[in-house]
Design a protein around this ligand. Structure first.
Ligand SMILES: Cc1cc2nc3c(=O)[nH]c(=O)nc-3n(C[C@H](O)[C@H](O)[C@H](O)COP(=O)(O)OP(=O)(O)OC[C@H]3O[C@@H](n4cnc5c(N)ncnc54)[C@H](O)[C@@H]3O)c2cc1C
Length: 412
């Protein structure tokens, strides 16, 4: 194992893997990606894989734009097909106020050059007759985004990174950081399996790195403690359910292309097709925060139990919007941790008060954001600044008033 590198990236989820890839692409020779378990074993493996352009933040819109274009090129570069379904995204509004929000967003989309169209309720009904449009005011359609397989896109980026010289070390956990005045000494511990848990062994190495990036996902609070800083990224539970095939959908698809990802912004859910059925992802109120004080050894690539009562409102709202789904049973469910920050934007940039330490934490749309985050963070690290304004993502926007309890309550 190498013990001296230019950059050490901690965390082999979508975000860390993309950062390692882009640092190598930007010309850094000696980059190492460190993962305590297996690549994608954090939140990345159970994401629904949606890649929505829509985001109210200017920096994030640029980031999403980069990702969507980059993912379309990955197969040619790596030979791995990540299953990018370019079905588009239809974001529907029930009120004029919601349409105003879409128009405000469209001004950012136009600046960035994001393709989008406006649809009236009649046009939505004409194109997608299974959608009940009675109470809609309209929708914004992004025809060039869609969804991807989160694990496959991460593995494709990992392959691309290795092809560009990145070393990937699995089952090693970063456990302590020491700044020598010139570089970081990172104490890393070999992780071993015991009774289904992943626990630290006695084997340790110290890796000297000129730069360190943390992309530790649900482990952000542990990372913060080790660095002696605050990282207001706290996971909450997030569920999605998969239905059995819907006969009306199966029938409609015989002569028609796949629906775009559907979003009812007012009812707070997303829906996409999955093997003749539907995936419903509700943005549930009062989703409990988890891991505020650390992730237990027993929680690895695991899920929480389904809590259907918590999503009843959004479930009924899906049936209202897609009446044919009412008779369809449930096939599968996912309830996993998803990181949020109090303002919903991730923390990307220099760690407050620490030299050559970079944060990429707190991603709630980490599959969508991974490509662009890697690209723009690599620009900051290699060239000194990104070509876009990253201020809204700056980790130091939260002062010392920020407590773990505040972040947890704000995210629920
Ligand atoms: C049910 C659900 C559905 C979702 N759907 C979508 C979606 O449709 N679209 C979308 O964009 N996003 C979605 N998300 C969010 C998405 O999953 C996350 O934003 C994304 O996976 C975050 O990636 P990450 O790399 O930051 O974190 P992770 O994937 O959690 O990776 C962090 C990694 O760091 C490792 N690590 C931590 N600490 C250390 C250490 N000290 N040393 C070494 N390794 C360490 C961990 O083992 C882990 O593998 C969804 C989330 C959930 C829960």
């Amino acid at each position: 194992m190498k013990t001296h590198v230019k950059a050490l990236v901690i965390g082999g989820g979508a975000i860390g893997t993309s950062i390692a890839y882009h640092l190598a692409k930007a010309g850094w020779q000696d980059v190492m990606l460190l993962e305590r378990d297996e690549l994608t074993s954090g939140s990345t493996w159970h994401a629904a894989g949606l890649l929505p352009y829509f985001n109210m933040s200017y920096a994030t819109t640029w980031i999403h734009d980069y990702s969507i274009k980059f993912y379309k090129t990955l197969e040619e570069e790596t030979g791995l097909n990540a299953g990018f379904a370019v079905v588009g995204n239809l974001r529907m509004a029930q009120t004029e106020e919601r349409m105003d929000e879409f128009r405000l967003y469209a001004s950012t989309a136009e600046t960035v050059g994001v393709p989008h169209e406006w649809l009236t309720p009649a046009q939505i009904k004409d194109r997608y007759p299974l959608v009940n449009t009675d109470d809609l005011k309209g929708a914004i359609l992004h025809p060039t985004d869609g969804y991807i397989n989160p694990a496959d896109v991460t593995m494709a980026m990992a392959k691309g990174a290795r092809q560009r010289g990145v070393t990937v070390e699995r089952k090693w956990q970063a456990d302590a950081f020491h700044w020598t005045g010139e570089a970081w000494e990172v104490t890393c511990t070999k992780m071993v399996e015991k009774g289904g848990n992943l626990i630290p062994s006695e084997e340790q190495v110290v890796i000297t790195a000129e730069h360190v990036v943390t992309a530790s996902g649900n482990h952000a609070q542990r990372t913060a403690r080790m660095l002696g800083i605050k990282i207001p990224a706290i996971p909450v539970e997030h569920q999605f359910i998969v239905t059995e095939p819907d006969p009306a959908l199966v029938d409609w698809r015989k002569a028609n292309p796949e629906h775009p990802v559907l979003r009812d912004a007012d009812a707070k859910w997303y829906v996409r097709e999955e093997r003749g059925g539907w995936i419903l992802g509700p943005y549930e109120r009062n989703a409990p925060a988890c891991f505020e004080y650390g992730v237990p050894d027993s929680f690895r690539a695991d899920l929480f139990p389904l809590d259907l009562d918590r999503i009843e409102e959004e479930y009924m709202a899906m049936i209202h919007r897609l009446p044919s789904s009412e008779e369809v049973g449930l096939k599968d469910d996912f309830n996993g941790p998803i990181c949020y920050t109090p303002d919903g934007n991730p923390l990307v940039g220099p760690a407050p008060g620490l030299r050559n330490m970079w944060l990429a934490e707190g991603f709630s749309f980490g599959i969508t954001a991974a490509g662009g985050t890697g690209h723009y963070l690599a620009q900051m690290m290699v060239e000194g600044e990104a070509e876009i304004d990253m201020a809204s993502l700056d980790p130091k926007r939260y002062g010392s008033w920020m407590t773990t309890e505040y972040a947890a309550r704000k995210n629920e």
